[in-house]
Design a protein around this ligand. Structure first.
Ligand SMILES: [Zn+2]
Length: 146
């Protein structure tokens, strides 16, 4: 809500203050007045109940897709759940999976002879709609010395 004070050239208010320098206040001269339509529209956006209610999600949202992607595409390849491993073998297989994953993170998309990127369609489980994905170039294992 601090932006509603800041744009009115009020940089200290009950419960907060701006973090910029006082020089910044002197540099700006076109502050909005509270009775203008522009200010009222901005206040309506900033104080929108739905948007404010979703802020908790956006400030605490943590994406896990990268970990899940690593787990499903790489780790399960090296350590399938159907087999059991001793601790050392499991540990080494995990290390191989991490090396494989990290060395193939920046793979370029697969390009055909016409210069177009290969795309493939896949149905999204969440949205139940087809989504186009770029097909990545095949993995090479040049980082492993002979
Ligand atoms: Zn301010």
């Amino acid at each position: 809500m601090g932006i509603l004070y800041h744009i009115n050239n009020k940089h200290v208010w009950a419960g907060g203050r701006c973090r910029h320098s006082e020089e910044h206040e002197a540099e700006c001269s076109n502050w909005l007045q509270r009775d203008t339509v522009v200010f009222k529209n901005l206040r309506m956006l900033v104080t929108n109940r739905d948007w404010c209610g979703s802020m908790k999600f956006y400030t605490n949202c943590r994406q896990t897709w990268a970990v899940e992607n690593f787990f499903s595409h790489t780790l399960l390849h090296y350590c399938p759940k159907q087999k059991s491993y001793g601790y050392d073998a499991y540990h080494i297989r995990n290390m191989l999976a991490v090396m494989d994953h990290n060395n193939h993170l920046g793979r370029m998309p697969l390009v055909g002879q016409d210069g177009e990127v290969y795309a493939k369609g896949q149905v999204s489980r969440r949205t139940k709609q087809w989504v186009a994905y770029e097909e990545k170039a095949p993995k090479d294992f040049k980082y492993i010395p002979g």
